[in-house]
Design a binder for this molecule. Structure first.
Ligand code: SAH
Length: 254
């Protein structure tokens, strides 16, 4: 019997962001693996086992799910947002690469989801309307010097920058340090979108300027989008402003 492993993106929160494909893949699984709060979003189904693990246990979780699938089961690993964006799909690929040959014979499916930067962007306008990039500010898996180099390169090249993992309890200073770094390249008035818990009941979206962005209250459920020199606000009577980046760029501005 050949096992199956699906790596499933749940989207940013509420069930309405779950794609029909992800819903079908969840329903078809015999066993679910994931970080506890993500598993809690999936309705219980009879006959389906659940294997919750800690947020930082990605490697062990991927290996456990692969071992389980190799036994002939239909196994699903769940991720928030998209599983390919700073999440479980890479962890599963890494384990397949270094694991036993039999894991390469498994039927592996990656089921995409709406990633946080797209959900935040859609709430506020179109900040990702021109060239953009995404960076994780976590220095658990890379040195901080590399984060700084990438921030310099991205801002210097005029990209809008989506910042994942801006802070955590163990990493309280990263967002402020990243914003300070970006201030070397960008005007103080550059719009910065702070999106917290998007798609959940306690969702909150703020727009601030770059000079104030370092003081923003951010946590592990916050995504930050730092505009480029082209990103602007459209004020509207009685409504929140639209933040957008025009589809065209004039030339090299940075
Ligand atoms: N795979 C996820 C990202 C995992 S990294 C995705 O595609 O969205 C975890 C980071 O994602 C968080 O620190 C935060 O920056 C961002 N994030 C995840 N869900 C979010 C949400 N609902 N609202 C805002 N940011 C979110």
């Amino acid at each position: 019997m050949s096992g199956q492993l699906a790596v499933i993106g749940l989207g940013p929160g509420d069930a309405r962001y779950l794609t029909p494909e992800a819903g079908a893949a969840l329903a078809a699984a015999h066993a679910l693996y994931g970080y506890g709060p993500y598993l809690d979003r999936v309705p219980a189904r009879e006959g389906q086992t659940r294997h919750a693990s800690d947020n930082r246990e990605e490697r062990g979780r991927a290996a456990a799910a692969l071992r389980h699938a190799a036994g002939g089961s239909r196994v699903a690993v769940v991720s928030g947002g998209d599983p390919g964006v700073f999440a479980m799909a890479s962890a599963v690929c890494e384990e397949i690469e270094r694991g036993p040959e039999s894991w390469r014979a498994l039927d592996v499916t990656i089921v995409p989801g709406i990633t946080a930067m797209l959900a935040v962007a859609a709430r506020i306008g179109a900040p990702l309307g021109h060239d953009f990039c995404a960076l994780s500010l976590s220095d658990n898996l890379k040195p901080w010097e590399l984060v700084e180099r990438r921030l310099d390169a991205a801002a210097g090249a005029g990209f809008v920058i989506a910042l994942y993992n801006p802070v955590s309890r163990a990493r309280p200073w990263q967002l402020a340090a990243a914003i300070e770094r970006l201030r070397r390249h960008l005007p103080e008035t550059t719009p910065v979108v702070i999106g917290r818990a998007v798609g959940r009941a306690d969702e909150k979206i703020d727009v601030v300027t770059l000079d104030r962005a370092g003081d923003s209250p951010a946590d592990m459920a916050t995504l930050v989008i730092v505009g480029s020199r082209e990103t602007r606000l459209v004020e509207r009577p009685g409504r929140t402003p639209l933040v957008y980046t025009p589809r065209s760029a004039a030339g090299v501005t940075a």
